[in-house]
Write a protein that binds this ligand. Structure first.
Ligand SMILES: [Mg+2]
Length: 226
């Protein structure tokens, strides 16, 4: 059995700003501050860690009740924003055929490992109608620290699907150096794809086990799991 854990933004899909705009608008709604995420790096991080940094950059403390309100507001704004046409909004090249092929394999489990909350992950993937491929995952709801998500996903598979997986059969697939960093310490395999904002060269310098420009040749990816 093999477990494939996919990142979402830049790896499976591009929301072309719908995610960021929704975060900004929710921040303004709840905290009364426009452009709240200015100068804050979002790529490869969990949404709560981005929120925490934004709050501290505006000298605001963490407030559980407001954080809940932010999350709920974000989900409802995102549901609308994701519908709006935006240049570059798409499923990443080759991802649809790749998922179709992987889905046919009875020895492969498709999961998510993402800095999104579970609900926003499903809003994004649901919009593109690729949410049904993923039977499990580890999300920002599980930990605000992306580096903790790999063991959470492995444990969840054991608990919910009664499958004990060897770490060399776990593949973490993402578009940023942080996707590679969060996986390497656990001895799982890393696969990077340059369909996000990071170049092929940037990702190569992180030495992932596998590296692709994109997934336009899904059979090349399938070969890894033969
Ligand atoms: Mg990403």
């Amino acid at each position: 059995m093999k477990l494939l854990l996919f990142d979402i933004d830049g790896t499976l899909i591009r929301t072309a700003g719908a995610g960021k705009v929704s975060m900004e608008r929710s921040f303004e709604d709840v905290f009364g501050i426009g452009n709240g995420f200015h100068n804050i790096h979002m790529m490869g991080r969990t949404d709560p860690s981005i929120l925490m940094e934004a709050l501290s950059s505006h000298h605001l403390g963490w407030d559980e009740e407001k954080a809940d309100r932010f999350r709920e507001t974000y989900f409802s704004i995102l549901k609308n924003e994701i519908q709006i046409p935006r240049p570059g909004k798409r499923v990443c090249p080759g991802v649809r055929p790749l998922l179709r092929l992987l889905d046919k394999r009875s020895d492969i489990i498709l999961g998510l490992l993402t800095g999104n909350w579970q609900q926003s992950a499903m809003i994004k993937l649901g919009y593109f109608k690729i949410d049904h491929y993923f039977t499990m995952g580890a999300f920002a709801d599980d930990s605000s620290d992306r580096n903790e998500l790999v063991p959470i996903a492995i444990e969840r598979l054991k608990k919910e699907q009664k499958i004990q997986i060897q770490k060399q059969n776990v593949y973490v697939i993402g578009d940023t150096p942080l996707d590679i960093h969060c996986a390497k310490p656990y001895g799982v395999r890393t696969m990077a794809v340059a369909t996000g904002f990071h170049s092929f060269q940037d990702l190569a310098s992180e030495k992932p086990d596998y590296l692709f420009h994109n997934f336009k040749q899904p059979e090349e990816v399938l070969r890894i799991f033969s």
